[in-house]
Ligand binder design. Structure first.
Ligand code: CP
Ligand code: NVA
Length: 304
């Protein structure tokens, strides 16, 4: 049987995605009530980080600990990955010693090559192209605040980046409308947009994108690895800030999300980020913990 990995959201079907969100909500309640069984006892998660992280590392590590398992942090600086050992060799070695692997890296091909040689499930914890774990938490958060996302309208304001690509995948899988507003030259992957058909629209106007939107979301102008482009991007993204004025053009009771870390007064105003009547970013961050625990339950049981 082929091993089930989670490299993009499209590795799940709609039912499986919804099942993970339902379990995440249940596991969140269980965690709050202090009733958690050590279902991962004896299990080890290998965590490979080639980029920085706060939320992803803490949520995976805490999640494993809460369920009785262990997590190993591996960075290129102190493993042979940083000294040129091929990813295919690293995959064959690491996956003989751990039960599940999580990778944050640059090119998506790196994680695909690791998965091809891995004996255990591999989770994408962010590549330059996708960030599917964040989308599990985001959909969980929307569901908790506003119910099912199916048939709703989401506005993505900003760069057509890894988060935007995962939002497109979510729109395809969960059947909602996604309005993307981005400056010229910062569009998401054209093939993915074509696959999404009329669920996805691209505009240059943030105001047009948020019209009728139940959720407005954004991300930094320069992602990890693009730090040298920060200044030029600041100029190109002028007019793309999400703030109270823009939110007032969205649907009544629209909420705001950001995967974090946020750059206040760049892609989002400080006032909006801190406005807990609209901004659900702290719930969104917390839900990484619960959504990923549910994802690991799914992958570990799908692969027995
Ligand atoms: N949102 C997110 O993935 O955050 P970190 O980079 O802190 O892991
Ligand atoms: N687009 C951002 C997301 C960080 C969680 C990045 O890749 O840096």
């Amino acid at each position: 049987m082929a091993i089930r990995h989670f490299l993009t959201l499209r590795d799940l079907n709609t039912d499986e995605f919804n099942q993970i969100i339902k379990l995440a909500i249940e596991m969140k309640a269980a965690h709050r009530e202090g009733r958690q069984d050590p279902i991962f006892s004896g299990k080890v998660l290998g965590m490979i980080f080639e980029k920085s992280s706060t939320r992803t590392r803490v949520s995976f590590e805490a999640g494993m600990a809460q369920l009785g398992g262990d997590a190993l942090f591996l960075s290129p600086n102190d493993s042979q990955l940083g000294r040129g050992e091929p990813i295919e060799d690293s995959a064959r070695v690491i996956s003989r010693m751990v039960d599940i692997v999580m990778i944050r890296t640059f090119g998506h091909d790196i994680i695909e090559r690791f998965a091809q040689y891995s004996k255990v499930p591999v989770i994408n914890a962010l590549t330059d192209q996708y960030h599917p774990c964040q989308l599990l938490a985001d959909v969980q958060t929307f569901t908790e605040h506003r119910g099912s996302i199916q048939g709703k309208t989401v506005a993505w304001i900003g760069d057509g980046n890894n988060m935007c690509h995962s939002w497109i995948n979510a729109a395809i899988l969960l059947d909602f409308k996604l309005n993307i507003a981005c400056p010229e030259g910062y569009e998401p992957d054209a093939q993915l947009v074509t696959e999404a058909g009329d669920r996805v629209t691209i505009t240059r106007s943030p105001t047009e994108a948020v019209s009728g939107a139940h959720l407005v979301t954004t991300d930094v102008y320069a992602s990890m690895g693009q730090e040298t482009e920060q200044e030029v991007r600041m100029a190109h993204f002028s007019g793309f800030q999400v703030n109270h004025a823009l939110m007032s053009k969205a649907a009544d009771k629209a909420i705001f999300m950001h995967c974090l870390p946020a750059h206040r007064e760049e892609e989002v105003s400080a006032a909006l980020l801190e406005d807990e009547n609209i901004s659900v970013v702290w719930d969104e961050a917390e839900n990484r913990l619960h959504a990923q625990k549910a994802l690991m339950v799914f992958l570990l049981s799908a692969n027995v």
